[in-house]
Design a protein around this ligand. Structure first.
Ligand code: FAD
Length: 452
């Protein structure tokens, strides 16, 4: 008999484009047991190597088989403080699951879905009971409450440090809260993970932009150590004519409006409504999130990408979900001008077809414009999802070392400033949740070692 993985159940495409509920339902007990039973428990588990935080995967899967979900959760918690989130949004197909021996000839174990199952059970059954922690009297400030900051805070709080997070937005979670949409990562999951940190004693001061009334230098003087996890939230634009039109947005702005400000409700202060057709420009996960969110607002949602479908950098699963939902993919096409009316409102775009060339050193094929192919498309919104870079607001007034690309320079996780550490997207540029968590963990360890 063929050894196929247990397929997760999904909301049907017809239903899910009418709501923001999670697309995947997650394993039930029987499905989790059946999938866990496929694991071979390799003597040298390559999956663990593939996990950036080295979760002991075969060990937690063995506990699922034995029906001891609490023990499975304890194994995961030794390495990851945000498993309900990672189980949902980690690119497992490029990490742990890519290394799974079963994947060589057939289906890899669905490690992400099993992690999510265990973490959800832990949240439902409140496995996270806090033990009494002895305080050591040392105070740490953390700038930013994304996965890097939250992970660093959790590890330090568990070690007895008095931790305060400063967050510029009115809600904690960073991209987990304002960027990744509800249908991939429900906000109550993020809120529960944040709540369990607060139970450990971590204070989260929202609505506090570091770099203004309080600067990094102030924090440096007042605290024993500072961790900067301010992310990479500055969007890139194309620099084409018409980009200053009223309905040209960055993907981050559209997603923030929808996720944080309920732009789909009539009562929202920043509503997105009465739109007919929108183009999202880009081909990564952020582009997929933006275009799929717009589809849920009833918009004729198109994705425009300058390379071919094969080169799309987004996760394969997200591309499949987007297609099932009826997103139109206009590949090998690029805008050259945004067309506007007398009120500076978007009425369309001039676009050209693109021609693929040879692969460059980075393995990506070059593209050139076919100038003769210039044509118009109609639309009333354009959303740019072309990547982001770090925003230096938090660093204002400090002389912290930055690279040519504007990333914070670190040795380990230590910056050029005394007792100031950094990690996550602010150091690497836009990356992934698990890499930001890994950096937060490393920084916590270095802080603990250096403050001994
Ligand atoms: C739409 C979208 C979808 C994504 N999907 C995935 C996915 O499916 N899987 C995946 O692994 N990764 C995904 N990513 C990438 C991932 O979310 C990031 O790599 C990760 O969140 C980086 O974590 P971080 O803690 O470094 O930064 P962030 O999550 O960006 O958090 C930084 C925090 O710092 C705060 N901040 C910034 N400046 C200041 C200041 N001056 N004062 C106080 N606070 C400040 C910000 O408000 C923010 O809350 C996605 C990213 C986006 C934008």
């Amino acid at each position: 008999m063929e050894d196929k993985k247990v397929k997760g159940r999904l909301q049907s495409p017809e239903e899910r484009i009418t709501n923001f509920n999670e697309v995947e339902y997650g394993f039930n007990d029987e499905e989790a047991l059946a999938e866990a039973s496929r694991c071979l428990h390799c003597k040298v588990p390559r999956c663990v190597e593939g996990c950036p935080v080295n979760i002991m995967i075969p060990e937690f899967i063995a506990h699922i088989k034995d029906g001891d979900i609490k023990a499975a959760y304890e194994v995961i918690s030794r390495s990851s403080s945000l498993p309900a989130i990672c189980g949902r949004v980690c690119p497992q197909e490029k990490q742990c699951e890519a290394m799974c021996v079963k994947g060589i000839k057939g289906d890899a174990i669905s490690i992400g879905s099993l992690e999510r199952y265990v973490a959800d059970q832990a949240l439902i059954n409140n496995f996270n009971a806090t033990k009494k922690i002895e305080q050591n009297g040392k105070r740490i400030a953390i700038v930013g409450s994304g996965p890097a900051g939250l992970t660093c805070a959790g590890d330090l709080a568990k070690a007895g440090y008095d931790v305060t997070i400063f967050e510029i937005l009115h809600k904690a979670g960073g991209v987990l809260t304002y960027g990744i949409p509800e249908f991939r990562l429900p906000k109550d999951i993020v809120a529960k993970e944040v709540k369990s940190l607060k139970k450990l004693g971590v204070r989260i001061n929202t609505n506090v932009p570091i770099g203004n009334a309080i600067t990094l230098n102030d924090l440096q003087k007042e605290y024993d150590a500072v961790f900067v996890g301010s992310g990479a939230g500055l969007p890139k634009f194309m620099g084409i004519p018409g980009e200053d039109a009223n309905e040209v947005f960055s993907a981050n702005e559209i997603l923030t409006r929808i996720n944080l400000m309920g732009a789909y409700k009539d009562t929202s202060k920043t509503p997105i409504k009465n739109l007919k057709k929108a183009y999202v420009i880009g081909g990564g996960n952020v582009a997929m999130d933006a275009v799929r969110s717009l589809k849920r607002l009833g918009v004729d949602a198109h994705l425009m990408y300058r390379r071919s479908e094969e080169e799309l950098p987004a996760r394969k699963m997200e591309v499949e979900h987007a297609k099932d939902e009826g997103i139109v993919f206009d590949v090998l096409t690029n805008p050259v001008r945004i067309l506007t009316d007398e009120n500076n409102s978007v009425i369309g775009m001039e676009v050209v077809n693109m021609v693929l060339g040879e692969a460059g050193e980075d393995g990506r094929r070059s593209v050139t414009e076919d100038e003769k192919s210039l044509h118009k498309v109609d639309c009333d919104m354009v959303v740019m999802a072309l990547g982001t870079s770090p925003n230096h607001e938090a660093l204002k007034g400090s002389d912290i070392n930055l690279s040519d690309r504007g990333l914070i320079v670190v040795e380990g996780t230590k910056t050029s400033l005394d007792n100031v550490y950094a990690g996550g997207d602010a150091v690497t540029g836009a990356a992934t949740v698990i890499l930001a968590m890994e950096a937060g963990k490393k920084a916590a360890k270095e802080i603990i070692d250096n403050l001994k």
